[in-house]
Design a protein around this ligand. Structure first.
Ligand SMILES: [Zn+2]
Length: 184
């Protein structure tokens, strides 16, 4: 029976997420999705794990690629060997028919969760951007005049909006940074 390695490689890239693969080989990504790079010496984690099957990139040594490239680098093995190894380690079944249905379902569920998380971030970003616009406009429009300041006649919603604005701005910035990092 002829085994078509390139079809299997495609199935592996579509099925496994980088998160699954690095955890399987003993790495735990931090909250921002970075691990310490095993391919160059470093103290701080600069190898980014992208969600949803988008692979990895090390900002320290500039290596990167797919789950298969990672395993090739990690074990110093060739493409075909890495495909076989991933297939075996994840029980995908090295056949012409690609991964076994249960392994595929599990991996696809993982991938779906990662993409949902990105969608949640995106939705929150647009919510916060709307709130930011509203607060900014309120602060602009209802700022007290010098006389009103003097009298202590300050619109309570203005005061509330002014107090809230920096936190909303910080959150917007954090969300947009996180989206950019994950949206390669
Ligand atoms: Zn590196």
């Amino acid at each position: 029976m002829k085994t078509c390695r390139s079809d299997l490689a495609g199935a592996i890239r579509e099925t496994l997420t980088m998160g699954q693969v690095v955890r399987r080989y003993g790495f735990e990504p931090n909250r921002a999705g970075f691990i310490r790079c095993p391919f160059h010496r470093e103290r701080t984690a600069s190898l980014k794990i992208y969600p949803g099957g988008k692979g990895w990139h090390c900002f320290g040594c500039n290596r990167g690629g797919s789950v298969i490239d990672f395993v090739m680098e990690l074990y110093g093995i060739g493409f075909a060997q890495a495909v076989v190894r991933l297939s075996a380690d994840f029980g995908l079944g090295l056949t012409d028919h690609g991964p076994s249905p249960s392994a595929r379902a599990k991996a696809q569920e993982e991938r779906r969760r990662e993409l949902e998380q990105i969608e949640r971030l995106r939705a929150e970003y647009w919510d916060m951007a709307g709130v930011h616009l509203f607060l900014h406009e309120y602060v602009r429009r209802y700022a007290p005049t010098r006389e009103e300041w003097g009298r202590g006649d300050i619109d309570p919603v203005y005061a509330w909006a002014l107090q809230r604005l920096p936190r909303v701005e910080d959150r917007c910035e954090a969300l947009s940074r996180e989206l950019m990092e994950n949206g390669r």
